[in-house]
Design a binder for this molecule. Structure first.
Ligand SMILES: Cc1cc2nc3c(=O)[nH]c(=O)nc-3n(C[C@H](O)[C@H](O)[C@H](O)COP(=O)(O)OP(=O)(O)OC[C@H]3O[C@@H](n4cnc5c(N)ncnc54)[C@H](O)[C@@H]3O)c2cc1C
Length: 458
């Protein structure tokens, strides 16, 4: 009640909302260089009848698959990416642009321990914690590697996607200080030292916010223009003849007919040996067995101008209820994780109440600077029950999926796409970043028959 009657009305002093406000995600407001690809320039183009791999979806994951295939694939093996909209129009062009180091160790440990209550009722509480610990170790290892791979790729390829790496500050209230220390220690003891602590003064210096308590800090987190990242991946991949992209082509169904899959689309049928679903939150719409397995949750963001008077550039700042950052002249702020029905996945229907609530959060840390809200949009994030992603084969044959990234798509998509391409191409790696016993979708689809990792002695 205090929020509704006092905090929000006070926060709205000195705030204007554009009339009408733009529903186009801020990252997409400058236009999409791959809109309607390839039909815009080649109206006569047609879908191929056959491909080695069909990828469904052209966001972070589909873009990364295309990129890695172009690097590793051979000329006789073609990858075809099908996108029902335009590249980066899903969650990948609607997010907070934070390149995360992954969910921190203690967080993964907690969510997986909870998830195991349902998935492994045969285990004791102690055994579940032990098992969850090995899940957290495997996740963090691959996520750290993923973050380094993204940075290296942007640098080596010269991608123009506004990448800066100066960390992420997470404010903590006074009663959360014990938990803060505990989570930092848990990460450090297990070899994941990215998750650190900052004094209130250090955090205030980095963010420009009025901070009274020590905060958490992810040292290796970065920011980028997420849609530009997706477009850069495709622009690089499309130089290679073994990658093709077809936008505004919706996959209606996938049928396993033995040695190939038949992919039925709004532009006709393609046959392929492999399929990779890069559809994240949209997956349950295409594959009904993922209903209640990948949980679609709406998250939203707003953007506006502040005459440079609030957030500092290059660093993400979050509170318990929201996350925020700056990109050039605009600041953006977002929140929410509301489960929505499968039919509404992908909708753009932000709540003005959430925007106003977040302006209250901004005021709490940055005071009453003038704010003109220009954009407000929403997207759908794919969560799993244990908030642990799925990467692997979903039908015990040749159909792959990368999904359930639970709001941290930048932590998984790039490395998981690399891993998937290598699996398909039979390229054996020294280290397995996504071992089946941890990441296979069977963990959630069929937990009784899933081959779980053994529980390590304490
Ligand atoms: C508001 C918001 C803020 C977020 N902030 C962050 C953040 O700061 N950092 C972070 O790491 N993550 C963040 N996320 C999560 C992140 O955006 C996602 O994890 C990531 O974008 C998933 O990428 P993707 O390529 O797998 O899925 P998507 O980008 O959703 O791509 C899936 C694509 O599949 C296409 N598709 C679906 N069905 C079909 C079909 N039948 N036929 C053809 N095409 C189809 C869709 O059109 C879509 O383009 C945020 C998400 C939201 C919504």
């Amino acid at each position: 009640m205090r929020q509704v009657l006092i905090v929000i009305p006070e926060a709205l002093l000195n705030v204007t909302f554009d009339q009408p406000i733009s529903r186009t995600p801020y990252w997409l407001s400058g236009g999409n260089p791959l809109a309607n690809y390839p039909w815009r320039d080649q109206p006569e183009a047609t879908l191929p009848k056959l491909a080695e791999v069909v990828v469904i979806g052209a966001g972070f994951t589909g873009g990364a698959l295309a990129y890695h295939w172009a690097k590793a694939g051979s000329l006789d093996k073609q990858m075809v990416v099908l996108e029902m909209d335009d590249p980066a129009n899903g969650a990948s062009g609607r997010n907070g642009g934070e390149v995360v180091m992954g969910r921190y160790f203690a967080l993964v440990l907690g969510t997986v321990t909870n998830g195991l209550t349902k998935l492994r009722p045969d285990l004791s509480e102690d055994e579940r914690v032990q098992l969850a610990k090995s899940f957290a170790i495997v996740y963090c290892r691959s996520a750290y590697k993923n973050a380094e791979l993204i940075e290296r790729t942007i640098r080596d390829e010269g991608f123009d996607c506004d990448y800066v790496r100066e960390g992420w500050v997470q404010a903590r209230d006074i009663d959360e200080q014990k938990q803060l220390e505990k989570s930092v220690n848990a990460g450090r003891e297990n070899g994941f030292a990215d998750w650190a602590k900052l004094s209130a003064d250090e955090a205030a210096e980095k963010t420009g916010a009025n901070i009274k308590n020590p905060t958490n800090f992810s040292k290796g987190a970065a920011q980028f223009q997420p849609a530009k990242w997706v477009w850069s991946l495709f622009q690089s991949a499309l130089k290679s003849p073994q990658v093709k992209l077809y936008c505004r082509t919706k996959v209606l169904s996938i049928r396993d007919v033995g040695d190939v899959y038949e992919i039925n689309t709004t532009r006709g049928l393609i046959r392929s040996k492999y399929v990779v679903n890069a559809t994240e939150a949209y997956t349950p719409k295409l594959h009904k067995q993922f209903h209640n397995v990948i949980l679609p949750k709406q998250t939203q963001l707003s953007a506006g101008t502040d005459d440079g008077q609030s957030l500092k550039p290059n660093i993400t700042f979050s509170t318990n209820t929201g996350f925020m950052g700056r990109h050039r002249t605009h600041i953006y702020f977002g929140s929410d994780e509301t489960r929505i029905p499968d039919q509404q996945i992908g909708r753009n229907q932000p709540s003005r109440f959430v925007t106003k609530f977040l302006i209250g959060e901004l005021r709490r840390f940055y005071g009453c600077f003038p704010l003109r809200v220009t954009h407000e949009w929403s997207g759908t994030v794919g969560f799993t029950d244990d908030e642990y992603p799925i990467v692997g084969v979903m039908d015990e044959k040749r159909q792959y999926i990368i999904a359930g990234m639970s709001g941290s798509g930048t932590a998984i998509s790039f490395n998981a796409a690399r891993w998937t391409c290598n699996r398909i191409l039979n390229i054996v790696e020294r280290e397995d970043d996504y071992p089946d016993e941890f990441f296979s979708p069977m963990r959630l689809l069929d937990p009784k028959n899933h081959r779980w990792p053994s529980i390590k002695e304490k």
